[in-house]
Write a protein of this length. Structure first.
Length: 178
């Protein structure tokens, strides 16, 4: 389990699905009646029906937004769980996580209670991780030395990466073959 994700991300209510299906059905029913009411000249009733359809659609919209935020929380937590350091600067995080504005989404996920063991230091522009990193503890990270330039890089065992300095390929193994 990821130490950054709270139970709220995976929380499921037994009543949520049936109520959302009911709301969707009612919204579709209200929208289906709209053209008939317009053609009969009952514009007031038609627009009242649109308003009711919108009210039934609100819980659906709210749940879709929450699902999207929970997915952001999972993606951000997955990235944070793979970091060997206890801090990362916000600029690097913006470049590494493939979602728009990940730092803002991280702050929102923390506020919503989806993420824990992480805090934002806006003054120094860093993200501070307070949970112990399981990947580092399991020794999945190893230090690899580049055979071309001699620079060292911390990387996950078994992965392939490029040297940060000369661009040569590196393999995350104990024994260097390259």
């Amino acid at each position: 389990m990821n130490p950054f994700i709270t139970d709220k991300v995976n929380q499921k209510s037994p009543f949520k699905k049936p109520s959302l299906y009911f709301c969707a059905l009612m919204a579709v029913a209200c929208l289906a009646v709209f053209p008939g009411l317009i053609s009969e000249g009952k514009g007031d009733s038609a627009f009242l029906g649109l308003g009711i359809a919108f009210l039934f659609a609100l819980p659906l919209i709210k749940e879709l937004r929450a699902m999207r935020e929970r997915n952001y929380a999972r993606e951000i937590a997955s990235y944070l769980n793979g970091l060997p350091a206890q801090t990362i600067d916000m600029e690097t995080m913006e470049k590494k996580i493939p979602i728009a504005e990940p730092v803002k989404k991280l702050a929102r996920c923390i506020d919503k209670g989806y993420l824990t063991n992480v805090s934002l230091d806006w003054e120094h522009k860093i993200v501070v991780l307070t949970a112990k990193n399981r990947l580092v503890e399991k020794e999945q990270y190893i230090e690899v030395r580049c055979n071309s330039c001699g620079a060292s890089k911390l990387m996950i065992r078994g992965r392939i990466a490029n040297c940060d300095y000369c661009g040569s390929p590196l393999v995350g193994t104990e024994k260097q073959d390259i």
